[in-house]
Design a protein around this ligand. Sequence first.
Ligand SMILES: Cc1cc2nc3c(=O)[nH]c(=O)nc-3n(C[C@H](O)[C@H](O)[C@H](O)COP(=O)(O)OP(=O)(O)OC[C@H]3O[C@@H](n4cnc5c(N)ncnc54)[C@H](O)[C@@H]3O)c2cc1C
Length: 450
Amino acid sequence: MSSIWKTKGREFGELSGDVECDVAIIGGGVAGLWCAYHLVKAGKKVCVLEAKFVGSGVTAGSSAILTYAHDLIYKDLGDKGEQYLKDAQNAIKSIRKIYPNLEPIKFTLFSTKKKGLKNLRKEVKAYKSLGLDLEMTTEVDLPYPIRGALEFDAFQFNPLDLINFLADEIIKGGGQIFEDARVIEAPDGETLSVNDKTITAKYFIVATHFPYINKLGFYWLKMYQGQNYCIAFKDKTEFCKGISYESIDETGFEYRRVGDDILMDGVSVRVGKKSKKDKFGIMERHLSKHFGKRKEVARFVAQDCITLDRLPYAGRYSHFTDNVFVVSGFNKWGMTSSFVTAKIVTDIILGKADDDSIYSPQRMDLVVNSVKASGHVGNVLLAFLNKIVPGPACSHMGCRMKWNRDTKTWDCPCHGSRFDKKGQLINGPATTNLKVGCRGSCRGCASRCA
Ligand SMILES: Cc1cc2nc3c(=O)[nH]c(=O)nc-3n(C[C@H](O)[C@H](O)[C@H](O)COP(=O)(O)OP(=O)(O)OC[C@H]3O[C@@H](n4cnc5c(N)ncnc54)[C@H](O)[C@@H]3O)c2cc1C
C-alpha cells in the first residue's frame, strides 16, 4: 500500500567507515532532521543514522497540516495550554521563515455530534482564556450536515518536500546522513556501534519515532501508537480548495487537497486492537455515500505515538543519561511538535536551555494520569500474558501479535510495532524482524505462516 506523497529525494550512502561527530541523531524523519538542521546552523558537526531512507517513516503518511489547533487540546491542557500554544505559534512563525513551500489554507475542526458540539464550545472557552477569540460556524462545504465548526488560519505542504529541503540544508551545513543504518544497541558512553562501524559522538538524540531503547526511560510503559486508515481519490471539483477539514468525532473523517486528489484520513484505532473490522470498507462506504463514485489513487495506514497527557517528550532520555536525548510522542501533530521538541533538545545541547520544559520526559505523567496509565499498562500486560496463546511474539518485548486483515500485517497491540506477513519489520519500536513460524495449533493462520 503506497502513500500519496511521491516526491523521491536524493539518496544517501550507507556507513562505510567509523564516524566522529558532535551529535549523532538516530532516525531520519521530520523530527530527526529538524534536530540536525538546528545543530548544523549552530556550527555543530552532526550525523544522521536512518534505518531505511530519510522520510520513509510516519512522516511519509502525514497529512502535513501546520497549525496550533491540535484537535481539541487546549480544553484538556489546563495551565500548560498557554506554553503549548505559544510554542506551536512560534514554531509556525519560524518554519515560515525557513521553509518556502507552505500553502496558506483555512483549517476547520468540525463535529456532526451533539457531544462534539459541547466539546467545541469548551475549546472556544479555553481559547478565550488564552486570549484568542473564535466564532463557531456551521457554514462549511461538506457533503453532509454538521453541528458546529471552528476555523483557523493554517498551512499545508508536502511532507517529503520538507524532508528533502531539510536534508539538503543539513548536507550544505557540513552534516552527514547515512541510510540503511538501523541502530540496535543503545549508545555506550561516547560510542555507538552500527553495522560493525563505530560512531563516536558527544551527544546522541533518539528520534526513531517510538524510542527504541527499552532499558531506560520507560517509554514502553507510557506510550502507545494510534493508527489511521487513509484513502486518496481523484476529485476535480472545488472541494477542499484552500481549506481542509478535520472531524473531532471518534468516527469522523479528515479531508485535504493534494493537487487533483483528496486525501481522506479516517478510521482511527489503537494499533493491534481488534476494534472495527473492515476499516477500509467503512471508508469506501462513506466515500460512495457522500462523494459518489471516485477513482482511488492511494490507500495506506499511518500511525503516531500517543502520550498519556497529550504532550510530546523532549529532553534527556532518562535520569541516567546525561548525553542521550529523545524527541517523540507527537500525538499526530508532529509537523509543529517536531520543530518545538527539536529546538528544546538542541538548545539544551547548545547550553542555551535547561531540561525543565513542560515536555521533559522526566515529568510525572504516569502518576498524574494514573487512570489512563493503568488502561495502557493493562493492555500491555494482557498482550504480554497472551504469549501462552500460539502465534508470533513481538521481537520488541514479546507481546502476542495480532493479524490485521485490512493491511495483511502483524500488528503489536502493546507498542505498535508492525511486520509484513513474512515478518519483515515495517514500524518500530522493534528493531529486528518477527519470527512467524507456526507454533502449536494453527488458529487458521496456516497460509500465512512459514
Ligand atoms: C494519518 C496521520 C496524519 C497526520 N497528519 C498530521 C498533520 O496534518 N499535521 C501534523 O502536525 N502532524 C500530523 N501527523 C503526525 C506527524 O506526521 C508525525 O508526528 C511525524 O511525522 C513523526 O515524525 P518522526 O520523525 O517522529 O517519525 P518518522 O517519520 O517515523 O521518523 C522516524 C525515523 O526513524 C527511523 N528509525 C526507526 N527506528 C530506527 C533505528 N532503530 N535506527 C535508525 N533509524 C530508525 C525510521 O525509519 C524513520 O525514518 C499525522 C500522523 C498520522 C499518522
